[in-house]
Design a protein around this ligand. Structure first.
Ligand SMILES: [Zn+2]
Length: 365
């Protein structure tokens, strides 16, 4: 059955000329040959260049050195086992800090394949070949193969990251279920998914989770409110320009959001003729100017920890040459005057190079 299933998918890929990409994170479909056809997607979108709404550094803060927080989303079992250790080595070689956000429940990556058939999905074509860095087996989890339990099978890797002194936090319980379901999910379902991840986190790490970064930048109102109830101290669940306090359903919440401010590598590669050779230079141009509170860059264990590790090496070197301190989300949060942060609404919208709508920082209230 296993061999037959793999064969069927390969046949599908071959005949349609399509591959599913960046599956755990945000499933894309790419033509295996060629790029092109990316009309309407432009990485110089005003979103990425929007001005921050307020300076949020503490007055009298001794280290005014500019900072860039590295947020690492870990989506799959393979990314946990293979990508995370490589990222650990690379970060340590650069004396860089980072926040690792783990997927703690079942790896149902294969279920993302159904997105291939969604109307309009092919319009958001992606660029990098996924079979190369996810492998066929990962693509079958949750469909032809049972979804393995990432928290159980990846526990040793997660412990090693914690013991190496990196910040660890929650990405999700079931990435595919969250990403596909949370926008329309009930408060009960949302609470249940988050509570499962929190219980598993406590079991694995022996501490309560402090930081949350939502799978696929997908949140609903209840998810934001749950962060406060669960005692999450800081979070990076959306895209935006500067740290803020979310205002959801008319309520000003407590847990600050440190949104991802920069485009991801998988969003950029293939746009404007960018490829794995030129993408680092492009991103480094975007970070020449630092917003007052710094940047947040999201990377993936499945990409920067595997096929794009050399690009990340270039980026880390480049950011340090630009004078950035490479920090965890917790370190960045520690430099903020939470009382002075802008209060912003939450909105949902598209991001260049990524399919569907994402949770975004809205206008200040
Ligand atoms: Zn993810």
């Amino acid at each position: 059955m296993r061999g037959k299933g793999a064969g069927l998918l390969q046949k599908f890929v071959d005949e349609r000329g399509l591959a599913v990409i960046d599956v755990g994170n945000d499933c894309y479909v790419a033509k295996l040959t060629g790029h092109g056809g990316l009309t309407g997607l432009n990485s110089s979108s005003p979103f990425y260049h929007a001005e921050g709404v307020a300076s949020t550094l503490k007055i009298g803060d001794s280290h005014r050195m500019k900072q860039l927080a590295l947020k690492i989303d870990v989506d799959t079992l393979r990314g946990t086992r293979e990508g995370v250790p490589r990222l650990q080595s690379l970060l340590q070689a650069h004396a860089a800090q980072a926040t690792f956000l783990f997927s703690l429940g079942p790896d149902h990556t294969g279920r993302a394949i159904k997105r291939v058939f969604r109307k309009g999905f092919l319009g958001k074509v992606q660029r990098t070949s996924v079979l190369e860095h996810y492998g066929l087996k990962t693509l079958l989890y949750g469909t032809l193969l049972p979804g393995p339990d990432i928290g159980r099978l990846g526990e040793a890797v997660m412990h090693a990251i914690q013991q190496a002194g990196f910040e660890v936090g929650i990405h999700t319980w079931d990435h595919v279920a969250w990403q596909d379901g949370v926008a329309r999910a009930s408060p009960q379902w949302t609470d249940q998914q988050m509570a499962r991840a929190e219980a598993r986190f406590l079991e694995i790490f022996g501490i309560r989770p402090q930081v949350h970064g939502a799978a696929g930048w997908q949140m609903n109102d209840q998810a934001f409110m749950h962060l406060d109830q669960a005692g999450i101290q800081w979070a990076s669940d959306c895209r935006g320009t500067t740290p803020f306090i979310p205002v959801v359903a008319g309520r000003t919440l407590t847990c600050p959001q440190l949104p991802t401010t920069l485009p991801t590598l998988d969003e950029l590669i293939g746009l404007d003729g960018l490829d794995a050779i030129t993408v680092a230079g492009h991103l480094l141009q975007l970070t020449e100017a630092a917003p007052p509170a710094g940047h947040v860059f999201t990377l993936h264990a499945e990409l920067e920890g595997m096929r794009l590790v050399a690009v990340l090496d270039q980026l880390l070197r480049g950011w340090q040459q630009q004078g950035y301190r490479l920090v965890s989300l917790g370190e960045m949060a520690g430099t903020l005057d939470l009382g002075a942060l802008p209060r912003c609404r939450i909105v949902h919208g598209a991001i260049p190079g990524r399919s569907g709508t994402l949770t975004l920082q809205g206008e200040p209230v």
